[in-house]
Design a protein around this ligand. Structure first.
Ligand SMILES: [Zn+2]
Ligand SMILES: [Zn+2]
Length: 259
């Protein structure tokens, strides 16, 4: 069995197809999916999906790319996460690729999420793009990792170097790979995935974005996470069953999901 550790099935293009998505998950032995919150106005929709479907979990957080959106406070994140189906804080992090100018607000928002994670003991879902040095620095400054009393979390849709992966691993974080790792051009990332121990790895779709090969360019969905798992198995030269079992166990352990 597989788990999609990061998807956005609350987005209208996917939410409109829920019965179809659930059938595809079952067909591909994808047993659970984590629907990740990107802003507060959308949070009720994310929570509603988690409440409606037993094998859908959810997170609460405000994505670093969302500029004109209500800013969350630590208290607010703590309050909103007090629900058994909310298993993580995020997605949060830094993204210097899409936005320019003074991004101090992004760093402040990231610090807020790390504080909420430390209080609630719910793991962080971290997004980092063109900002790895600051991301790691803030994780250290705010004590996000298990080495500093935090509960760590996952570096989602990982596309950074092995050095960045190792810094996160040292703080107790897991590394999650998306369909990007299956792309022909992703040679460097494939080398990183080969080096990251399976015991610290998660797999995800980040759907509706980033469909893996052989669906590249189409709309992505949780059922396709199986293809990320298959690619990792080939890359690491281990049985698919081992990738499925280990990444599932990693997810359930990290997010304290009762089996
Ligand atoms: Zn992201
Ligand atoms: Zn995402």
């Amino acid at each position: 069995m597989f788990i999609d550790s990061h998807c956005h099935i609350n987005f209208p293009e996917l939410a409109a197809r829920m019965p179809d998505l659930l059938a595809k998950m079952e067909e591909n032995q994808v047993t659970h999916a984590l629907c990740v919150s990107v802003d507060l106005p959308d949070f009720p929709g994310v929570l509603a999906l988690a409440e409606q479907y037993p094998h859908i979990y959810a997170s609460v957080g405000v994505h670093p790319d969302y500029e004109d959106t209500p800013e969350p406070s630590v208290d607010q994140l703590v309050q909103l996460s007090q629900h058994p189906k909310i298993i993580a804080i995020g997605e949060t992090g830094l993204d210097y690729y899409r936005l320019e100018g003074d991004l101090e607000w992004q760093r402040e928002r990231f610090r807020t999420h790390i504080k909420a994670s430390r209080i609630t003991r719910k793991p962080l879902i971290i997004h980092t793009r063109s900002a790895s040095a600051d991301t790691i620095r803030l994780m250290r400054e705010e004590g996000a990792g298990t080495d500093q009393g935090g509960v760590a979390g996952v570096m989602h849709c990982f596309t950074e170097s092995l050095e960045v992966a190792e810094a996160a691993l040292a703080m107790g974080f897991y590394i999650s790979f998306s369909g990007i790792v299956t792309f022909k051009s992703a040679k460097d990332l494939q080398a990183v995935a080969r080096a990251v121990p399976l015991e610290r790895m998660l797999i995800e779709t980040d759907s509706p974005y980033l469909a893996p090969v052989p669906f590249r360019g189409r709309m992505n969905e949780p059922g396709y996470v199986r293809h990320v798992g298959e690619y990792i198995a080939t890359l690491k030269d281990v049985p698919l069953e081992q990738v499925a079992r280990q990444t599932t166990e990693n997810f359930l352990n990290l997010f304290n999901v009762v089996r």
